[in-house]
Design a binder for this molecule. Structure first.
Ligand code: UGA
Length: 317
C-alpha cells in the first residue's frame, strides 16, 4: 500500500500538475493517458516534460477502456481518476458518445477493478457542472442537481456510479466537484487560455452572452491540494465542492487582464453558449471542515501566473 498511487488522465491540465506534486512529495506514480486529440497531444507530452524521466514516475500511453488496469490498482494507496472528456460546450450532438465512453464507461471500469481493493481510496474528479442552473447560491453539496449540459450529465453519472459502488461493494470513493480550474497549463479551450492568448497575440476575445455570467474560479494548485487531502481523509462525507473563493463575472476577468497585459485587444460579444450555466459559486464549508481545505491563490495572483506561463509557452513555439 505504502506510497504507490495511480493517476488517470495524467497528461492533462490538472492531472499533470497533480503528478508533479505527487512525485515531489515522494509518491511512486503510475500514470495513464490516452493522449486524445481534443487538443494537441504534443502539448500534453509537454505537460509531463519535467517528470517523465523521474525514477518514481511511469507513464502508460493507453486508453483505460482497452487496458487491464487490475494489476496497477492492486496495492495502490489511491487512484486519482482525472481521465475524462472535458468541455461543457462541445458535449452536444454526435460528440456525446465520446463523453459517455470517457466519463461514464471508464469510471465504471475503474470501479469494477477496485472490487476487492476496499482500502484503496478512489478520488473521482467531478465538476460544478453537475449543479446546472439554480437560484440557490452558493451551491451546497446536498442541493438538487439539474445539469444543463450533456457533459454535466455524464460527470453526474460518474458520481452516482461512485456512490453505488461505495454502498454495494464498499469501494472507498470520494468525489471532488471542481469549480472552473485555471492556471499554468490550462486547457486551451477554456476561457482564460483563450483570452490570454488573444490578448498576447493581438487577437480578438469572444465573450459568450453579455459577460455578466459568474464563476467561482479555482487555481490549479488548490485543486491539487484538495486531491492530496482527499487521499488522506477518513471521515464520513463522500462529496465535496472545491472552489477557489474568487467568484467574479467574465467582464471582471477582462478588467484584470487589461490591467496586466499592455497589448490592445478587441472584444466581441457573441451568442450565449448552449450548456453554459449563468452562475457558479461554491459553498466550501464542508471541504474546509472535513478535509481542511483552504484555497491559497487569489484570482489576481493566479491570472498573473497563468499569463506568465503563456508568455513562456508562446515564446517557446
Ligand atoms: C469549466 C471546464 O471547462 C469544465 O471541464 C469544468 O467541468 C467546469 O469548468 C466546471 O467547473 O464544472 P466553464 O466554467 O465553462 O467550464 O469554464 P471556462 O471555459 O473557463 O468558461 C468560463 C466562462 O467564460 C463561461 O461562462 C463561458 O461562457 C465564458 N467564455 C468561455 C467566454 O465568454 N468566451 C470564451 O471564449 C470561453
Amino acid at each position: 500500500m505504502d506510497n504507490k498511487v495511480f493517476v488517470t488522465g495524467a497528461a492533462g491540465f490538472i492531472g499533470s500538475t497533480l503528478c508533479k506534486r505527487l512525485v515531489d512529495d515522494g509518491y511512486r506514480v503510475t500514470a495513464i493517458d490516452s493522449f486524445t486529440d481534443y487538443y494537441s497531444p504534443e502539448r500534453k507530452h509537454g505537460n509531463l516534460r519535467d517528470i517523465i524521466s523521474h525514477k518514481n514516475f511511469e507513464l502508460i500511453e493507453e486508453d483505460i477502456n482497452d487496458y487491464d488496469i487490475g494489476e496497477i490498482i492492486n496495492g495502490s494507496r489511491c487512484v486519482f481518476h482525472l481521465a475524462a472528456q472535458a468541455g461543457v460546450r462541445m458535449s452536444w450532438g454526435k460528440e456525446f458518445s465520446v463523453y459517455v465512453d470517457s466519463n461514464i464507461l471508464t469510471t465504471q471500469k475503474i470501479l469494477e477493478a477496485l472490487k476487492g481493493n476496499e482500502r484503496t481510496r478512489l478520488v473521482y474528479s467531478s465538476s460544478s457542472s453537475v449543479y446546472g442552473q439554480t437560484d440557490k447560491l452558493p451551491m451546497r453539496e446536498d442541493q438538487r442537481l439539474k445539469p444543463v449540459s450533456p457533459y454535466g450529465v455524464t460527470k453526474l453519472s460518474g458520481e452516482h456510479l461512485c456512490e453505488l459502488y461505495r454502498i454495494n461493494f464498499g469501494i472507498n470513493t470520494l468525489s471532488l466537484r471542481y469549480f472552473t480550474v485555471y492556471g499554468p497549463r490550462q486547457r486551451p479551450d477554456m476561457a482564460f487560455s483563450r483570452f490570454i492568448v488573444a490578448a498576447l497575440t493581438g487577437g480578438e476575445i469572444e465573450i459568450y452572452g453579455d459577460g455578466k455570467q459568474t464563476r467561482d474560479f479555482t487555481f490549479v494548485s488548490d485543486a491539487v491540494e484538495a486531491n492530496m487531502l482527499a487521499m488522506e481523509y477518513d471521515g464520513e462525507e463522500t462529496i465535496f465542492n472545491i472552489g477557489g473563493g474568487s467568484r467574479v463575472s467574465v467582464l471582471d476577468v477582462l478588467e484584470i487582464l487589461k490591467s496586466r497585459i499592455d497589448e490592445d485587444f478587441d472584444i466581441r460579444f457573441i451568442d450565449k453558449a448552449k450548456g453554459d450555466v449563468l452562475d457558479t459559486w461554491a459553498d466550501t464549508s464542508s471541504a474546509r471542515k472535513e478535509l481542511g481545505f483552504s484555497p491559497r491563490i487569489g484570482l489576481e495572483e493566479g491570472i498573473e501566473r497563468e499569463i506568465g506561463w503563456y508568455r513562456n509557452f508562446l515564446n517557446s513555439k
